[in-house]
Design a protein around this ligand. Sequence first.
Ligand SMILES: [Zn+2]
Length: 312
Amino acid sequence: MIFDARPQDERVATRCFCCGARPRVQEDVWTRCTWCDMRWPSQGMARHDDWTGELHAALCGRLAPADVAWRATNRTWRIAASSVRLWWPFPAEDSGQVQTGTTPLAFQGLSGFAPVPVSLVILSPPDDPRLHTSVRRHAPLFGETIVVLDAACVTPVAGARVAARPLDGDFAAQRNFANRATRGDWILHLDTDESIAPDMAALLGHLAAAADHAGLRAVGFPRRNIVDGRVSDLFPDVQYRLIRRDVKFQGRVHERPLPCADGQATTVAQFGTLDHHLTRARIAERSRTYDRMGQSAERRGDDAALLRPFAA
Ligand SMILES: [Zn+2]
């Protein structure tokens, strides 16, 4: 790169070795990731690779929390464990407790939780050609698929149960309507320009069971934004998409499930990604639409990050 226009602090920053996020705060001698709460020594960025190795060793039961250079809360251990399909059990009120024990943590396998049914919800305009592709790809991976069309009347979609309701610019209301149309306790929301891999889908029922056991109400996943075939710098772009049926979404634009701001009611699972397929032309068009609907400056910043290629 001949000229790097990014601010100096952004050029030297590296991503969190646990979750891949960039936002962080300084706390005494520690730097804390504001996404997953991982803390590492502020003076030790050169050891980033060592810490990744320590994390893997700890997840394999070869290192204890006291043996590593960084510090992780229970919430952080649960997020980290999910990357290798493990689960860290703890009472919700102990979410922020830092583990410092001298024996390796006893993780559980996610597949050991008997799976609960997960319904798939897809919102779509009736004329979106990606809808049929998405249903063909994903419906066989779920016990039930509900498509909610932005329309006054139903048009059949092979492989899905279809409902119709005019969107009227209110995505939260549309998702809440969709939730009421499902039968299972847990729902995965997917858009027509998003996809998940079959092996990720196969673990969702086990994950929902583990989340139920822990009293959680929503689970987020890192989303890879793939713009014109290239992964974007806007990562992990966590989206809370696996939710209990009684969870409500809020926000007409950029809707979110209500519990997603409550760290004790949620977790992030890293064993797969939501892949979001975009084009630069679509981003520009969408940004103009969202501006008309009241988009914030922060969201406009996300669009700028979307257009940058991924940097480690
Ligand atoms: Zn992190």
